[in-house]
Design a protein. Sequence first.
Length: 267
Amino acid sequence: MQSPTMKIALIGAGNVAWHLAQALQEAGHEVVAVYSRTAAHSEELAHRLPGAIPLASLDLSGSQAELILMAVPDAALAGVAHTLQVPAGAIVAHTSGSQPLAVLQGIPGARTGVFYPLQTFSKSKQMNFSVVPVLLEAEDEQTLRTLQGVAASITGEVHVVDSDKRKQLHLAAVFACNFTNHLLGISQRILQQAELPRTLLQPLIRETIDKAEKHPPFQVQTGPAVRHDQNVIQEHLRMLQQHPAYQELYLQLTQSIQQQASDNTSE
């Protein structure tokens, strides 16, 4: 679904806003304003966007913005929404995976929605936005159609998902991305302490992800936990004695793998 180009304002200038701004600009939309509670951040992002103005307040009522995308931390979302002033009839959509559409209720004159890009973003890494799923929700069909048009202009993966299902999706994403990344960080630290190159794990990591994409992950689980190799498990726990947090995490994950394997057998 294609829509006319829109005039867009961004609330927030962090990782999500950084990549959204680039994708929207490349699709022909005009980012007219950027607000961040840190003035230097809004100025930095606005400088990258021809015609964009860094804002000093959340009063956008005099701006040309037709769509305001709120890419702010979840904890700040309600407070920002309470303060925000927008042109009458403008759409305000947040980019959060865990916050409901209802958090935007009460913005005078606004139509509200959700525009959640399901991806991990870092300013320093280029992003192919055309494959990033964008999850949408809106208070009415007209607003939803507009958001669908904007989303379709930057990605081929556009999905309508309500607040409850989006929250479940966000929980799954934390396991798939954030927790996985943390475990990769631990593995790299162990290699560093052993003075081994982290590149040794890269083929294993790629194969693990590839296999998980093609098969149910629980059904292709490998390693000492699923084999109940207690000699190896106890040795690993001994090696982690200087890192009690890692040791506890290792033990909890081992027990979870073994419980899941037991459940699979009994099904």
